[in-house]
Write a protein that binds this ligand. Structure first.
Ligand SMILES: Nc1nc2c(ncn2[C@@H]2O[C@H](COP(=O)(O)OP(=O)(O)OP(=O)(O)O)[C@@H](O)[C@H]2O)c(=O)[nH]1
Length: 543
Protein backbone atom coordinates (compact mmCIF):
# COMPACT_ATOMS: atom_id res chain seq x y z
CA UNK A 1 0.00 0.00 0.00
CA UNK A 2 2.93 2.38 0.91
CA UNK A 3 4.66 1.59 -2.37
CA UNK A 4 1.47 2.22 -4.27
CA UNK A 5 1.08 5.63 -2.58
CA UNK A 6 4.69 6.58 -3.31
CA UNK A 7 4.34 5.62 -6.98
CA UNK A 8 1.15 7.53 -7.18
CA UNK A 9 2.85 10.62 -5.68
CA UNK A 10 5.81 10.26 -8.04
CA UNK A 11 3.47 10.08 -11.01
CA UNK A 12 1.56 13.17 -9.87
CA UNK A 13 4.78 15.12 -9.44
CA UNK A 14 5.95 14.04 -12.88
CA UNK A 15 2.62 15.04 -14.47
CA UNK A 16 2.79 18.43 -12.77
CA UNK A 17 6.30 19.05 -14.06
CA UNK A 18 5.30 18.10 -17.62
CA UNK A 19 2.27 20.36 -17.49
CA UNK A 20 4.40 23.28 -16.31
CA UNK A 21 6.84 22.78 -19.19
CA UNK A 22 3.99 22.62 -21.69
CA UNK A 23 2.40 25.81 -20.34
CA UNK A 24 5.70 27.64 -20.59
CA UNK A 25 6.04 26.57 -24.22
CA UNK A 26 2.53 27.72 -25.07
CA UNK A 27 3.07 31.07 -23.38
CA UNK A 28 6.25 31.71 -25.32
CA UNK A 29 4.56 30.78 -28.62
CA UNK A 30 1.63 33.09 -27.93
CA UNK A 31 3.95 35.99 -27.07
CA UNK A 32 5.95 35.64 -30.25
CA UNK A 33 2.75 35.43 -32.30
CA UNK A 34 1.52 38.65 -30.70
CA UNK A 35 4.79 40.36 -31.46
CA UNK A 36 4.58 39.35 -35.09
CA UNK A 37 1.03 40.61 -35.38
CA UNK A 38 1.98 43.91 -33.84
CA UNK A 39 4.89 44.26 -36.27
CA UNK A 40 2.74 43.42 -39.23
CA UNK A 41 0.13 45.95 -38.13
CA UNK A 42 2.78 48.65 -37.90
CA UNK A 43 4.00 47.89 -41.38
CA UNK A 44 0.68 47.52 -43.21
CA UNK A 45 -0.29 50.63 -45.09
CA UNK A 46 -3.62 52.26 -44.43
CA UNK A 47 -6.21 51.35 -46.96
CA UNK A 48 -7.52 54.69 -47.91
CA UNK A 49 -9.00 55.38 -51.25
CA UNK A 50 -8.67 59.03 -51.92
CA UNK A 51 -11.93 60.73 -52.71
CA UNK A 52 -12.25 61.66 -56.36
CA UNK A 53 -12.14 65.40 -56.60
CA UNK A 54 -12.93 67.29 -59.70
CA UNK A 55 -9.89 68.68 -61.43
CA UNK A 56 -9.40 72.38 -61.92
CA UNK A 57 -10.34 73.85 -65.18
CA UNK A 58 -7.76 73.01 -67.83
CA UNK A 59 -6.76 75.68 -70.29
CA UNK A 60 -8.43 75.17 -73.60
CA UNK A 61 -5.44 76.72 -75.31
CA UNK A 62 -3.48 73.56 -74.50
CA UNK A 63 -5.66 71.70 -76.87
CA UNK A 64 -5.02 73.55 -80.04
CA UNK A 65 -3.61 76.80 -81.12
CA UNK A 66 -6.30 77.07 -83.72
CA UNK A 67 -9.19 76.84 -81.36
CA UNK A 68 -10.44 79.93 -79.67
CA UNK A 69 -9.10 80.68 -76.25
CA UNK A 70 -11.58 79.91 -73.59
CA UNK A 71 -12.67 82.92 -71.70
CA UNK A 72 -11.59 82.80 -68.10
CA UNK A 73 -14.65 82.80 -65.98
CA UNK A 74 -14.94 85.52 -63.45
CA UNK A 75 -17.96 84.26 -61.70
CA UNK A 76 -16.20 81.60 -59.72
CA UNK A 77 -18.13 82.64 -56.72
CA UNK A 78 -21.37 82.38 -58.56
CA UNK A 79 -22.40 79.22 -56.86
CA UNK A 80 -25.58 79.59 -54.96
CA UNK A 81 -27.38 76.75 -53.28
CA UNK A 82 -30.71 75.89 -54.77
CA UNK A 83 -33.52 77.40 -52.80
CA UNK A 84 -35.43 74.25 -52.72
CA UNK A 85 -32.69 71.72 -52.39
CA UNK A 86 -30.78 73.43 -49.68
CA UNK A 87 -32.79 72.81 -46.57
CA UNK A 88 -29.96 70.93 -44.93
CA UNK A 89 -27.16 73.12 -46.18
CA UNK A 90 -28.81 76.23 -44.87
CA UNK A 91 -27.35 75.85 -41.44
CA UNK A 92 -24.02 74.57 -42.59
CA UNK A 93 -21.49 76.15 -44.90
CA UNK A 94 -22.63 77.35 -48.30
CA UNK A 95 -22.33 74.73 -51.00
CA UNK A 96 -19.27 74.96 -53.18
CA UNK A 97 -19.73 75.53 -56.87
CA UNK A 98 -20.80 72.36 -58.69
CA UNK A 99 -20.28 70.45 -55.49
CA UNK A 100 -23.22 68.21 -56.02
CA UNK A 101 -21.65 65.25 -57.80
CA UNK A 102 -18.44 65.10 -55.81
CA UNK A 103 -20.56 65.16 -52.70
CA UNK A 104 -22.45 62.14 -53.90
CA UNK A 105 -19.22 60.26 -54.57
CA UNK A 106 -17.74 61.24 -51.22
CA UNK A 107 -20.95 60.22 -49.53
CA UNK A 108 -20.95 56.88 -51.24
CA UNK A 109 -17.31 56.26 -50.34
CA UNK A 110 -17.78 57.24 -46.71
CA UNK A 111 -20.84 55.04 -46.51
CA UNK A 112 -18.89 52.07 -47.80
CA UNK A 113 -16.07 52.71 -45.36
CA UNK A 114 -18.59 52.97 -42.57
CA UNK A 115 -20.23 49.73 -43.62
CA UNK A 116 -16.87 48.00 -43.77
CA UNK A 117 -15.92 49.26 -40.33
CA UNK A 118 -19.29 48.12 -39.01
CA UNK A 119 -18.87 44.71 -40.56
CA UNK A 120 -15.41 44.32 -39.05
CA UNK A 121 -16.57 45.28 -35.58
CA UNK A 122 -19.56 42.97 -35.83
CA UNK A 123 -17.29 40.21 -37.02
CA UNK A 124 -15.61 40.31 -33.65
CA UNK A 125 -18.81 39.46 -31.88
CA UNK A 126 -18.70 35.81 -31.06
CA UNK A 127 -22.34 35.02 -31.46
CA UNK A 128 -23.03 37.18 -34.42
CA UNK A 129 -23.51 34.98 -37.44
CA UNK A 130 -25.68 37.63 -39.02
CA UNK A 131 -23.12 40.35 -39.39
CA UNK A 132 -23.75 42.45 -42.49
CA UNK A 133 -21.11 41.89 -45.11
CA UNK A 134 -19.04 44.90 -45.95
CA UNK A 135 -20.42 46.54 -49.05
CA UNK A 136 -18.29 45.30 -51.83
CA UNK A 137 -18.51 47.41 -54.91
CA UNK A 138 -19.57 45.59 -58.02
CA UNK A 139 -16.32 46.63 -59.56
CA UNK A 140 -13.36 48.53 -58.30
CA UNK A 141 -12.32 51.59 -60.21
CA UNK A 142 -9.48 49.60 -61.71
CA UNK A 143 -11.67 46.70 -62.62
CA UNK A 144 -14.17 49.08 -64.17
CA UNK A 145 -11.61 50.34 -66.57
CA UNK A 146 -10.04 47.03 -67.46
CA UNK A 147 -12.59 45.67 -69.91
CA UNK A 148 -12.45 48.76 -72.06
CA UNK A 149 -8.70 49.07 -71.83
CA UNK A 150 -7.97 47.33 -75.13
CA UNK A 151 -10.62 49.20 -77.04
CA UNK A 152 -9.44 52.41 -75.47
CA UNK A 153 -5.85 51.78 -76.38
CA UNK A 154 -6.78 50.96 -79.94
CA UNK A 155 -8.93 54.02 -80.34
CA UNK A 156 -6.43 56.23 -78.57
CA UNK A 157 -3.81 55.17 -81.04
CA UNK A 158 -6.19 55.90 -83.86
CA UNK A 159 -7.32 59.07 -82.18
CA UNK A 160 -10.47 60.82 -83.10
CA UNK A 161 -11.19 61.14 -86.76
CA UNK A 162 -9.49 63.99 -88.56
CA UNK A 163 -12.71 65.88 -88.63
CA UNK A 164 -13.02 65.75 -84.92
CA UNK A 165 -9.49 66.94 -84.49
CA UNK A 166 -10.17 69.82 -86.73
CA UNK A 167 -10.85 72.85 -84.67
CA UNK A 168 -14.31 74.11 -85.18
CA UNK A 169 -14.03 77.62 -86.41
CA UNK A 170 -17.47 78.62 -85.25
CA UNK A 171 -18.84 76.62 -82.44
CA UNK A 172 -22.52 76.80 -82.97
CA UNK A 173 -24.34 75.19 -85.80
CA UNK A 174 -25.88 77.29 -88.50
CA UNK A 175 -29.26 77.44 -90.18
CA UNK A 176 -31.76 75.18 -88.71
CA UNK A 177 -29.33 74.52 -85.92
CA UNK A 178 -30.66 76.49 -83.18
CA UNK A 179 -29.49 78.19 -80.14
CA UNK A 180 -32.82 78.37 -78.51
CA UNK A 181 -33.21 80.51 -75.51
CA UNK A 182 -36.40 81.86 -74.10
CA UNK A 183 -37.06 83.38 -70.80
CA UNK A 184 -40.75 82.87 -70.65
CA UNK A 185 -42.19 79.60 -69.58
CA UNK A 186 -43.45 77.26 -72.25
CA UNK A 187 -45.84 74.40 -71.91
CA UNK A 188 -44.12 71.28 -70.84
CA UNK A 189 -42.73 69.12 -73.64
CA UNK A 190 -45.02 66.33 -74.57
CA UNK A 191 -44.06 62.79 -73.94
CA UNK A 192 -42.35 61.41 -76.97
CA UNK A 193 -44.10 58.82 -79.08
CA UNK A 194 -42.79 55.31 -78.77
CA UNK A 195 -39.59 55.56 -80.71
CA UNK A 196 -37.62 53.69 -78.17
CA UNK A 197 -37.55 50.57 -80.26
CA UNK A 198 -35.73 52.35 -83.05
CA UNK A 199 -32.84 50.19 -84.05
CA UNK A 200 -29.51 51.84 -83.58
CA UNK A 201 -27.21 52.36 -86.51
CA UNK A 202 -24.60 49.67 -86.41
CA UNK A 203 -21.98 52.11 -87.65
CA UNK A 204 -22.05 55.58 -86.22
CA UNK A 205 -21.39 58.23 -88.81
CA UNK A 206 -17.67 58.67 -88.92
CA UNK A 207 -17.52 62.00 -90.66
CA UNK A 208 -18.51 64.70 -88.30
CA UNK A 209 -19.44 67.83 -90.09
CA UNK A 210 -19.63 70.52 -87.56
CA UNK A 211 -21.46 73.17 -89.42
CA UNK A 212 -20.31 76.64 -88.85
CA UNK A 213 -22.52 79.38 -87.69
CA UNK A 214 -21.83 83.00 -87.12
CA UNK A 215 -20.79 83.39 -83.58
CA UNK A 216 -23.79 85.12 -82.27
CA UNK A 217 -23.53 87.11 -79.13
CA UNK A 218 -25.25 85.74 -76.09
CA UNK A 219 -28.39 87.50 -77.21
CA UNK A 220 -30.55 84.66 -76.15
CA UNK A 221 -29.73 85.03 -72.53
CA UNK A 222 -31.16 88.37 -71.75
CA UNK A 223 -29.36 90.52 -69.24
CA UNK A 224 -32.43 90.26 -67.13
CA UNK A 225 -32.07 86.55 -66.96
CA UNK A 226 -28.44 86.77 -66.03
CA UNK A 227 -29.07 89.36 -63.42
CA UNK A 228 -31.81 87.30 -61.97
CA UNK A 229 -29.44 84.40 -61.87
CA UNK A 230 -26.87 86.58 -60.20
CA UNK A 231 -29.38 87.69 -57.63
CA UNK A 232 -30.31 84.13 -56.95
CA UNK A 233 -26.69 83.41 -56.20
CA UNK A 234 -26.73 85.94 -53.42
CA UNK A 235 -29.96 84.82 -51.82
CA UNK A 236 -29.67 81.13 -51.25
CA UNK A 237 -32.69 80.88 -49.05
CA UNK A 238 -34.16 77.48 -48.69
CA UNK A 239 -37.87 77.08 -48.95
CA UNK A 240 -38.97 74.56 -46.40
CA UNK A 241 -42.55 74.69 -47.61
CA UNK A 242 -41.53 73.69 -51.08
CA UNK A 243 -39.18 71.01 -49.80
CA UNK A 244 -41.98 69.61 -47.72
CA UNK A 245 -44.07 69.69 -50.87
CA UNK A 246 -41.49 67.67 -52.72
CA UNK A 247 -41.29 65.11 -49.94
CA UNK A 248 -45.05 64.63 -49.99
CA UNK A 249 -44.85 64.29 -53.76
CA UNK A 250 -42.03 61.78 -53.43
CA UNK A 251 -43.98 59.93 -50.82
CA UNK A 252 -47.17 59.80 -52.87
CA UNK A 253 -45.37 58.90 -56.12
CA UNK A 254 -43.58 56.05 -54.41
CA UNK A 255 -46.94 54.65 -53.39
CA UNK A 256 -46.59 51.48 -55.45
CA UNK A 257 -43.17 50.69 -54.07
CA UNK A 258 -44.39 51.43 -50.56
CA UNK A 259 -47.36 49.10 -51.05
CA UNK A 260 -45.01 46.43 -52.31
CA UNK A 261 -42.56 46.70 -49.44
CA UNK A 262 -44.26 48.16 -46.41
CA UNK A 263 -47.78 47.03 -47.36
CA UNK A 264 -46.74 43.42 -47.95
CA UNK A 265 -44.71 43.34 -44.77
CA UNK A 266 -47.68 44.62 -42.76
CA UNK A 267 -49.82 41.88 -44.27
CA UNK A 268 -47.51 38.99 -43.51
CA UNK A 269 -46.63 40.13 -40.02
CA UNK A 270 -50.17 40.87 -38.84
CA UNK A 271 -50.84 39.02 -35.57
CA UNK A 272 -47.80 36.78 -35.90
CA UNK A 273 -44.74 36.13 -33.86
CA UNK A 274 -41.23 35.97 -35.24
CA UNK A 275 -40.28 32.52 -36.46
CA UNK A 276 -38.31 31.03 -39.32
CA UNK A 277 -41.40 30.82 -41.51
CA UNK A 278 -42.11 34.52 -41.11
CA UNK A 279 -38.50 35.40 -41.86
CA UNK A 280 -38.67 33.32 -45.05
CA UNK A 281 -41.79 35.19 -46.13
CA UNK A 282 -40.15 38.50 -45.39
CA UNK A 283 -37.19 37.48 -47.51
CA UNK A 284 -39.54 36.72 -50.38
CA UNK A 285 -41.19 40.15 -50.09
CA UNK A 286 -37.83 41.89 -50.34
CA UNK A 287 -36.76 39.87 -53.35
CA UNK A 288 -40.01 40.53 -55.20
CA UNK A 289 -39.66 44.24 -54.43
CA UNK A 290 -36.48 44.19 -56.56
CA UNK A 291 -34.04 44.56 -53.71
CA UNK A 292 -31.98 41.86 -55.38
CA UNK A 293 -30.63 38.67 -53.88
CA UNK A 294 -27.34 39.94 -52.38
CA UNK A 295 -28.98 42.98 -50.77
CA UNK A 296 -31.88 40.91 -49.46
CA UNK A 297 -29.45 38.36 -47.99
CA UNK A 298 -27.47 41.11 -46.34
CA UNK A 299 -30.59 42.57 -44.74
CA UNK A 300 -32.01 39.17 -43.74
CA UNK A 301 -28.75 37.86 -42.27
CA UNK A 302 -28.66 40.92 -40.11
CA UNK A 303 -32.26 40.40 -38.94
CA UNK A 304 -31.78 36.67 -38.32
CA UNK A 305 -28.74 37.40 -36.20
CA UNK A 306 -30.70 39.88 -34.12
CA UNK A 307 -33.53 37.39 -33.67
CA UNK A 308 -31.06 34.71 -32.56
CA UNK A 309 -29.55 37.07 -30.04
CA UNK A 310 -33.07 37.84 -28.81
CA UNK A 311 -32.68 41.48 -29.75
CA UNK A 312 -35.94 41.34 -31.70
CA UNK A 313 -38.84 39.83 -29.91
CA UNK A 314 -41.91 41.09 -31.78
CA UNK A 315 -42.83 41.95 -35.35
CA UNK A 316 -42.88 45.70 -34.70
CA UNK A 317 -39.25 45.55 -33.62
CA UNK A 318 -38.52 43.42 -36.66
CA UNK A 319 -40.05 45.99 -39.03
CA UNK A 320 -38.17 48.82 -37.35
CA UNK A 321 -34.90 46.92 -37.64
CA UNK A 322 -35.54 46.27 -41.34
CA UNK A 323 -36.32 49.93 -42.02
CA UNK A 324 -33.14 50.88 -40.19
CA UNK A 325 -31.14 48.37 -42.22
CA UNK A 326 -32.45 49.81 -45.48
CA UNK A 327 -31.78 53.34 -44.33
CA UNK A 328 -28.26 52.24 -43.38
CA UNK A 329 -27.63 51.04 -46.93
CA UNK A 330 -28.93 54.33 -48.32
CA UNK A 331 -27.53 56.63 -45.62
CA UNK A 332 -25.61 59.80 -46.32
CA UNK A 333 -22.58 60.93 -44.35
CA UNK A 334 -21.08 64.41 -44.47
CA UNK A 335 -20.06 65.67 -47.90
CA UNK A 336 -16.50 66.52 -48.83
CA UNK A 337 -15.31 69.77 -50.37
CA UNK A 338 -14.42 69.90 -54.01
CA UNK A 339 -13.09 72.03 -56.81
CA UNK A 340 -14.90 73.37 -59.78
CA UNK A 341 -14.63 73.26 -63.54
CA UNK A 342 -15.46 75.80 -66.19
CA UNK A 343 -17.40 74.49 -67.88
CA UNK A 344 -18.52 71.47 -65.96
CA UNK A 345 -19.31 68.82 -68.53
CA UNK A 346 -21.96 66.16 -67.94
CA UNK A 347 -22.40 63.33 -70.42
CA UNK A 348 -25.78 61.63 -70.16
CA UNK A 349 -26.07 58.04 -71.36
CA UNK A 350 -28.39 55.05 -71.15
CA UNK A 351 -30.48 52.56 -73.10
CA UNK A 352 -33.42 53.60 -75.27
CA UNK A 353 -36.34 55.38 -73.72
CA UNK A 354 -35.11 55.48 -70.14
CA UNK A 355 -35.64 59.22 -69.92
CA UNK A 356 -32.28 60.73 -70.88
CA UNK A 357 -33.58 63.70 -72.83
CA UNK A 358 -36.33 64.40 -70.33
CA UNK A 359 -33.84 64.17 -67.46
CA UNK A 360 -31.51 66.59 -69.24
CA UNK A 361 -34.37 69.04 -69.57
CA UNK A 362 -35.16 68.69 -65.88
CA UNK A 363 -31.49 68.98 -64.93
CA UNK A 364 -31.19 72.13 -67.04
CA UNK A 365 -34.12 73.54 -65.09
CA UNK A 366 -32.65 72.45 -61.75
CA UNK A 367 -29.22 73.97 -62.40
CA UNK A 368 -30.56 77.09 -64.06
CA UNK A 369 -32.57 77.76 -60.93
CA UNK A 370 -29.29 77.64 -59.03
CA UNK A 371 -27.96 80.40 -61.23
CA UNK A 372 -25.84 78.21 -63.48
CA UNK A 373 -25.41 79.11 -67.14
CA UNK A 374 -26.30 75.86 -68.82
CA UNK A 375 -25.73 74.80 -72.42
CA UNK A 376 -27.41 71.78 -73.97
CA UNK A 377 -25.87 69.54 -76.64
CA UNK A 378 -28.16 67.44 -78.82
CA UNK A 379 -25.85 64.45 -79.12
CA UNK A 380 -28.70 62.11 -80.04
CA UNK A 381 -28.38 62.56 -83.78
CA UNK A 382 -29.85 59.15 -84.49
CA UNK A 383 -33.46 59.38 -83.43
CA UNK A 384 -35.39 61.63 -85.75
CA UNK A 385 -37.12 63.85 -83.22
CA UNK A 386 -34.52 63.75 -80.45
CA UNK A 387 -32.92 67.12 -81.21
CA UNK A 388 -36.32 68.76 -81.56
CA UNK A 389 -37.35 67.27 -78.23
CA UNK A 390 -34.26 68.72 -76.57
CA UNK A 391 -34.88 72.01 -78.28
CA UNK A 392 -38.28 72.22 -76.65
CA UNK A 393 -36.57 71.73 -73.30
CA UNK A 394 -34.01 74.40 -74.24
CA UNK A 395 -36.83 76.84 -74.88
CA UNK A 396 -38.61 75.78 -71.76
CA UNK A 397 -35.56 76.28 -69.56
CA UNK A 398 -34.02 79.23 -71.36
CA UNK A 399 -30.79 77.44 -72.21
CA UNK A 400 -28.86 77.66 -75.48
CA UNK A 401 -28.57 74.44 -77.45
CA UNK A 402 -25.96 73.13 -79.89
CA UNK A 403 -27.24 70.72 -82.49
CA UNK A 404 -26.37 69.42 -85.91
CA UNK A 405 -28.18 67.74 -88.75
CA UNK A 406 -29.82 64.40 -88.26
CA UNK A 407 -27.29 61.57 -88.59
CA UNK A 408 -24.24 63.70 -87.75
CA UNK A 409 -21.47 62.28 -85.62
CA UNK A 410 -22.44 62.71 -81.95
CA UNK A 411 -18.77 63.24 -81.08
CA UNK A 412 -18.75 66.28 -83.34
CA UNK A 413 -21.80 67.67 -81.58
CA UNK A 414 -20.06 67.20 -78.23
CA UNK A 415 -16.96 68.91 -79.61
CA UNK A 416 -18.98 71.85 -80.91
CA UNK A 417 -20.78 72.14 -77.63
CA UNK A 418 -17.51 72.43 -75.73
CA UNK A 419 -16.28 75.09 -78.13
CA UNK A 420 -19.48 77.02 -77.65
CA UNK A 421 -19.43 76.61 -73.89
CA UNK A 422 -15.85 77.82 -73.66
CA UNK A 423 -16.33 80.82 -75.87
CA UNK A 424 -19.59 81.74 -74.18
CA UNK A 425 -18.45 81.07 -70.65
CA UNK A 426 -21.15 78.60 -69.80
CA UNK A 427 -20.92 76.97 -66.37
CA UNK A 428 -22.39 73.67 -67.34
CA UNK A 429 -22.74 71.56 -70.49
CA UNK A 430 -25.32 68.78 -70.58
CA UNK A 431 -24.68 66.38 -73.46
CA UNK A 432 -27.50 64.11 -74.62
CA UNK A 433 -26.70 60.85 -76.40
CA UNK A 434 -28.73 58.35 -78.37
CA UNK A 435 -30.21 55.43 -76.50
CA UNK A 436 -28.10 52.31 -76.92
CA UNK A 437 -28.27 48.75 -75.79
CA UNK A 438 -25.56 48.00 -73.30
CA UNK A 439 -24.95 44.68 -75.03
CA UNK A 440 -24.12 46.17 -78.46
CA UNK A 441 -20.38 46.38 -78.79
CA UNK A 442 -20.32 48.89 -81.65
CA UNK A 443 -22.65 51.27 -79.83
CA UNK A 444 -20.52 51.04 -76.73
CA UNK A 445 -17.52 51.84 -78.94
CA UNK A 446 -19.34 54.90 -80.20
CA UNK A 447 -19.84 55.97 -76.60
CA UNK A 448 -16.14 55.54 -75.88
CA UNK A 449 -15.40 57.69 -78.90
CA UNK A 450 -17.67 60.49 -77.68
CA UNK A 451 -15.98 60.26 -74.28
CA UNK A 452 -12.54 60.37 -75.89
CA UNK A 453 -13.32 63.37 -78.10
CA UNK A 454 -14.65 65.31 -75.12
CA UNK A 455 -11.54 64.41 -73.15
CA UNK A 456 -9.31 65.50 -75.99
CA UNK A 457 -11.01 68.86 -76.41
CA UNK A 458 -11.17 69.55 -72.70
CA UNK A 459 -8.78 67.46 -70.60
CA UNK A 460 -10.50 66.29 -67.45
CA UNK A 461 -13.93 66.32 -69.08
CA UNK A 462 -16.48 64.86 -69.03
CA UNK A 463 -16.51 65.61 -65.34
CA UNK A 464 -19.63 63.54 -64.86
CA UNK A 465 -20.96 60.57 -66.76
CA UNK A 466 -24.55 60.08 -65.65
CA UNK A 467 -26.23 56.80 -66.50
CA UNK A 468 -29.99 57.11 -66.67
CA UNK A 469 -31.85 53.98 -65.56
CA UNK A 470 -35.54 53.27 -65.83
CA UNK A 471 -36.61 52.01 -62.41
CA UNK A 472 -39.47 50.04 -63.94
CA UNK A 473 -36.92 47.61 -65.40
CA UNK A 474 -36.03 46.45 -61.88
CA UNK A 475 -32.96 44.27 -61.60
CA UNK A 476 -32.17 44.74 -65.29
CA UNK A 477 -31.16 48.28 -64.38
CA UNK A 478 -28.38 46.83 -62.27
CA UNK A 479 -26.90 44.84 -65.14
CA UNK A 480 -27.17 47.90 -67.42
CA UNK A 481 -25.25 49.89 -64.85
CA UNK A 482 -22.53 47.27 -64.65
CA UNK A 483 -22.08 47.00 -68.42
CA UNK A 484 -22.15 50.73 -69.11
CA UNK A 485 -19.62 51.12 -66.36
CA UNK A 486 -17.29 48.87 -68.28
CA UNK A 487 -17.55 51.04 -71.38
CA UNK A 488 -17.12 54.44 -69.75
CA UNK A 489 -16.50 55.02 -66.06
CA UNK A 490 -19.75 56.21 -64.55
CA UNK A 491 -19.79 58.90 -61.91
CA UNK A 492 -23.47 58.91 -61.05
CA UNK A 493 -26.85 57.30 -61.64
CA UNK A 494 -30.24 58.80 -62.36
CA UNK A 495 -33.21 56.56 -61.52
CA UNK A 496 -36.29 57.64 -63.47
CA UNK A 497 -39.95 56.62 -63.47
CA UNK A 498 -40.04 55.70 -59.81
CA UNK A 499 -43.55 57.09 -59.81
CA UNK A 500 -45.03 54.36 -61.94
CA UNK A 501 -43.49 51.25 -60.46
CA UNK A 502 -43.52 48.92 -57.51
CA UNK A 503 -39.89 48.14 -58.21
CA UNK A 504 -38.43 51.05 -56.27
CA UNK A 505 -36.47 48.53 -54.22
CA UNK A 506 -33.97 48.67 -57.09
CA UNK A 507 -32.66 51.89 -55.57
CA UNK A 508 -31.66 49.98 -52.42
CA UNK A 509 -30.16 47.21 -54.50
CA UNK A 510 -28.12 49.61 -56.64
CA UNK A 511 -26.98 51.59 -53.62
CA UNK A 512 -25.81 48.39 -52.02
CA UNK A 513 -24.13 46.78 -55.01
CA UNK A 514 -22.75 49.66 -57.06
CA UNK A 515 -19.93 51.93 -56.13
CA UNK A 516 -21.51 54.63 -58.26
CA UNK A 517 -23.92 56.77 -56.26
CA UNK A 518 -27.53 57.46 -57.14
CA UNK A 519 -27.53 61.21 -57.76
CA UNK A 520 -31.04 62.00 -58.95
CA UNK A 521 -34.42 60.33 -58.93
CA UNK A 522 -37.25 61.02 -61.35
CA UNK A 523 -40.76 60.80 -59.99
CA UNK A 524 -42.84 62.13 -62.86
CA UNK A 525 -42.82 63.86 -66.20
CA UNK A 526 -43.03 67.39 -64.85
CA UNK A 527 -40.09 69.80 -65.03
CA UNK A 528 -39.72 69.69 -61.24
CA UNK A 529 -40.00 65.93 -60.98
CA UNK A 530 -36.29 65.19 -60.95
CA UNK A 531 -34.52 65.87 -57.70
CA UNK A 532 -31.30 65.01 -55.92
CA UNK A 533 -31.58 61.65 -54.25
CA UNK A 534 -32.03 62.10 -50.51
CA UNK A 535 -31.55 58.68 -48.89
CA UNK A 536 -33.33 59.49 -45.64
CA UNK A 537 -36.37 60.88 -47.46
CA UNK A 538 -36.43 57.90 -49.76
CA UNK A 539 -36.22 55.41 -46.89
CA UNK A 540 -39.01 57.27 -45.10
CA UNK A 541 -41.13 57.34 -48.23
CA UNK A 542 -41.02 53.60 -48.83
CA UNK A 543 -41.95 52.66 -45.24
N1 LIG B 1 -43.54 58.75 -65.32
C1 LIG B 1 -42.33 59.18 -65.65
N2 LIG B 1 -42.00 59.28 -66.95
C2 LIG B 1 -40.76 59.71 -67.27
C3 LIG B 1 -39.80 60.03 -66.29
N3 LIG B 1 -38.66 60.40 -66.94
C4 LIG B 1 -38.92 60.31 -68.25
N4 LIG B 1 -40.19 59.90 -68.48
C5 LIG B 1 -40.86 59.66 -69.75
O1 LIG B 1 -40.20 58.63 -70.44
C6 LIG B 1 -40.36 58.79 -71.82
C7 LIG B 1 -39.01 58.66 -72.51
O2 LIG B 1 -38.24 59.75 -72.14
P1 LIG B 1 -37.08 60.31 -73.07
O3 LIG B 1 -36.44 61.42 -72.33
O4 LIG B 1 -37.53 60.59 -74.42
O5 LIG B 1 -36.11 59.06 -73.10
P2 LIG B 1 -34.71 58.91 -73.84
O6 LIG B 1 -33.87 58.06 -72.97
O7 LIG B 1 -34.16 60.24 -74.19
O8 LIG B 1 -35.14 58.14 -75.15
P3 LIG B 1 -34.21 57.74 -76.41
O9 LIG B 1 -33.61 59.00 -76.89
O10 LIG B 1 -35.14 57.13 -77.37
O11 LIG B 1 -33.22 56.77 -75.93
C8 LIG B 1 -41.00 60.14 -72.01
O12 LIG B 1 -42.35 59.95 -72.24
C9 LIG B 1 -40.79 60.83 -70.69
O13 LIG B 1 -41.78 61.78 -70.40
C10 LIG B 1 -40.17 59.88 -64.90
O14 LIG B 1 -39.39 60.10 -63.96
N5 LIG B 1 -41.45 59.44 -64.65
Amino acid sequence: MGLFNRKKKDKEAKDLAQKAVQEMAELTAAESAEEQTAKAADKSPEVDQPAKYIENKPKASEDSTETPEPVQKTGADSKEPDKQAEKDDKETQPEKKMGFFAKRRAQKKARQEKAQAGAQSQGQEKDSPAQPEPETPAKSDQARQEPCEQAKEASDQAGPSPDQDKPVSEPLAEQGETEAVREKQKPEPKARPAEKADPQPEEPPSEPEPEAEPDEPEKAVSPGTQEQAGEKRQEAPSEPGKEQGFFSRLSSRLGKTRDKISGSIDKITLGRKIDEELLDELEEVLITADMGMPTTMKLMDNLRGKVRRSELTDVEALKKALAKGIEGILSTPEPAPERDNNPHVILVIGVNGVGKTTSIGKLAHYFTKQGKKVLLAAGDTFRAAAAEQLEVWAERTGCPIVRQRHGADPSAVAYDALEAALSRERDLVLIDTAGRLHTKVNLMDELRKIHRVIQKRLPGAPHEVLLVLDATTGQNALSQAKLFNQAVPLTGLVLTKLDGTAKGGIVVSISSEMQTPVCFVGIGEGIDDLRPFEPADFAKAIF
